[in-house]
Design a protein around this ligand. Sequence first.
Ligand code: OOG
Ligand code: NI
Length: 267
Amino acid sequence: MHTQINELFSNLWQDYVSVTPSAQKIHALLGSTQQDDVQNDHIALRTFNIEKINLEKLAAHFLALGYVESGEYHFEAKKLYAKHFEHPDATQPKVFISELLLEKCSPELQATVHKLVEQIDAAAVTADNFLYSGRHWSIDQATYETLLKESEYAAWVSVWGFRANHFTVSVNALKNYETLASVNDALKAAGFALNTSGGEIKGSEEVKLKQSSTLADEAVVEFTDGKRMVPSCFYEFARRFPLEDGRLYPGFVAASADKIFESTNAR
Ligand code: OOG
Ligand code: NI
């Protein structure tokens, strides 16, 4: 079971860094300063709430590896719904999966997204590599632009498909940094741009979770009518605080997550 989990996260990581070179550099920076690897707090995936590929279809891959559904979140303005999953072995990364609620979007957006999703081979969804299989359809630049005007999230999924949209460093597990602010300072000193929506640090000790993230890298996307750079994936940093019983708070904070989503907005 653990070998399978490690294999999945290793494949997700390889795919993620292929479009997020800054994550590889930051990983090396934090890892080399402590002569040890960094621990992942969580990863996140995005999808649409169409039966064929909805949140539950993505989650099934994690449930099969022993993960357990552990919390749900609503994002009214962004028209998103999310759940998080934990493994009984708390050292395994948590998983945050969201889906766009299409019925709340325009008929035009719904029609566009349905056309993309129709192109997916149903068998691909249950295949072992589905969670890092990327995009299963072709798309032109005008369609991407139209989606972008209505939903940055829809536009992101339309070009990047199924893959980790971020990995998250567990600040608690870093040996040479205690606070999130000190991690942020090191990143800024090394020239990385942070997401400042809602402040550089989202959350607080009161809500038991502090988070920050880089602004997504840009990577080349092949559209049917040409190639161009668009925002890809970002890297997140999370520090968790203990509950009354001493256990670290294992959940997410909707108000903070709402701002983290914006890490993939155009710079
Ligand atoms: C997920 C944003 C939420 C968190 O840690 O609160 C999140 C996303 O951008 O898909 O990752
Ligand atoms: Ni996150």
